[in-house]
Ligand binder design. Structure first.
Ligand SMILES: [Fe+2]
Length: 221
């Protein structure tokens, strides 16, 4: 799938950009079902407008009644819960972050990654790719993500880690990965050392995946 160049507009400019681009034909998103339907339509094309994906994700106003059946937490680490497989073109999933849970520093396997906050707050810390071996990863930015905000990253932007900094509140985020991937790279912040991590689901379509006898490493995207 080819996907157009993503330009990171300031969020407040995004609506104006789209009204100019497509007039009044912007999709109206009143529920998670609306969002899923619109994403399916957008991704029917082989050339996806990444700004439009950002727009529809931002348009959806989080309503727990829509997504609570997908929200499954684990005591020890954040979970990935599949909501829609997007006809094989992308994966849409809920990530449920317990108090203090965070990811490793990771890349996105040449995929596009969108992330929208549904509940609570997260912190996104970005790092530059290491340019040589055995160096501490250089932080290039960090920002808080609050309810209904959307952020975007791909490998050309850099690496990141996502954390729930709260010790009292959980957080839930909606992620779209295009195309879907089964493995990504994770990085040691102090040494830059890279290793491969397999990504797995904690639940699919609201049903918990039974623990496999074949133990897989926890995922880190
Ligand atoms: Fe990520």
């Amino acid at each position: 799938m080819s996907v157009c160049q993503y330009i990171e507009n300031a969020e407040e400019d995004l609506d104006i950009t789209f009204y100019k681009k497509v007039g009044n034909d912007l999709p109206v998103i009143n529920s998670l079902d609306d969002l899923i339907e619109q994403l399916r339509i957008i991704f029917e094309s082989d050339s996806v407008d990444v700004d439009l994906v950002h727009y529809v994700l931002k348009s959806y106003k989080s309503n727990p009644a829509d997504w609570k059946r997908f929200a499954k937490f684990d005591r020890y680490r954040y979970t990935r819960n599949l909501v829609d497989h997007g006809n094989g073109k992308y994966n849409l999933m809920l990530l449920c972050w317990g108090e203090g849970h965070g990811s490793a520093i990771h890349d996105h396997s040449d995929s596009h990654c969108f992330m929208k906050m549904l509940q609570g707050s997260l912190s996104e810390i970005r790092f530059a790719w290491p340019d040589k071996e055995d160096v501490t990863l250089k932080e290039i930015g960090r920002k808080p993500l609050n309810i209904n905000q959307v952020c975007y990253i791909n490998d050309s932007i850099g690496l990141h880690r996502v954390e729930n900094l709260s010790n009292v509140d959980t957080a839930i985020s909606l992620h779209l990965y295009c195309p879907p991937y089964k493995q990504c790279s994770v990085f040691n912040q102090n040494t830059g050392q890279k290793s491969t991590s397999t990504v797995t689901f904690y639940s699919m379509f609201g049903k918990r995946i039974k623990e496999n006898k074949q133990v897989e490493e926890p995922e880190d995207n």
